[in-house]
Design a protein around this ligand. Structure first.
Ligand SMILES: [Ca+2]
Length: 259
């Protein structure tokens, strides 16, 4: 008994993450480390139709290395392959330090950006970021609080590919990304705030893509949503120099309590 108690105390001292604890403690799980020229992608065919007409939500946790770069840092960006255009994107902007933005591209050739007016994202800090589009406007959220909005009607361009950590042609994101989720519905500010710290079940209504980056090796990114859109590191299914690094110490999320 005393030995067990000592072990428990030791586990607490070392942090629960190293003792397999499932609750509390510091950062757990894994994340992907991106750098210039390192990225990932997902074939979006399984959820392409789901993020069109009814609006959508994209959210993730970030821990950027730097927010003062002079190029767009793509966090998650959809692409329409028929035109080559972006269809939407969540970015750190290039003109204002730490400025978070959400862009939506509609047919015919038109787009708008909702940009935060202040330094929304700081280097070295885990921050939850989200964008929604509901058919009439774009909203951007930091840690569950709206920091930007912009009217944008029309019909969003289709999404064939989801790029993670880059918009091809730009330099890309530097730092950690974790818990990337795509929803087929515009989530409310309350829903985003209430769920940002939770690992949500695959059965959550409207969840069409969920990459937790928990794999310890390999080139695949498992999708925890019901649609199963497996992502790929780097340029393709073999190890290459564009692969992001798998690192310990993921976003501060815990299992969603059963109510
Ligand atoms: Ca993770």
């Amino acid at each position: 008994m005393r030995t067990l108690r000592r072990l428990v105390v030791a586990c607490v001292a070392l942090s629960l993450a190293h003792c397999g604890g499932s609750g509390g403690g510091g950062p757990k799980g894994r994340a992907l480390r991106f750098d210039l020229g390192r990225y990932a992608f997902v074939n979006a065919s399984a959820f392409k139709a789901a993020i069109g007409a009814g609006g959508f939500t994209v959210e993730a946790w970030l821990k950027p290395d730097s927010v003062t770069d002079t190029y767009l840092q793509g966090i998650a960006v959809g692409q329409d392959l028929s035109t080559g255009s972006r269809s939407w994107g969540l970015f750190l902007e290039d003109m204002v330090d730490g400025q978070l933005s959400g862009r939506v591209y509609v047919s015919p050739a038109s787009w708008n950006t909702a940009k935060s007016s202040v330094m929304a994202v700081e280097p070295g800090v885990w921050t939850h970021v989200a964008m929604t589009w509901d058919g009439v406007g774009i909203r951007v959220f930091k840690n569950g609080v709206e920091v930007a909005s912009q009217p944008q009607g029309g019909s969003v361009l289709p999404t064939d590919l989801l790029h993670i950590g880059v918009w091809p042609g730009e330099a890309g994101f530097k730092g950690l990304i974790d818990e990337l989720r795509v929803w087929s519905v515009p989530r409310t500010e309350q829903q985003i705030a209430a769920n940002r710290g939770f690992i949500v079940p695959s059965t959550e209504p409207g969840l069409v893509g969920y990459w937790r980056f928990e794999e310890s090796s390999g080139q695949s990114l498992l999708d925890s949503s019901a649609l199963g859109s497996t992502g790929t590191l780097g340029m393709g299914p073999v190890v290459d120099m564009a692969d992001p690094e798998r690192v310990e110490g993921g976003a501060p999320v815990v299992d969603k309590p059963v109510v």
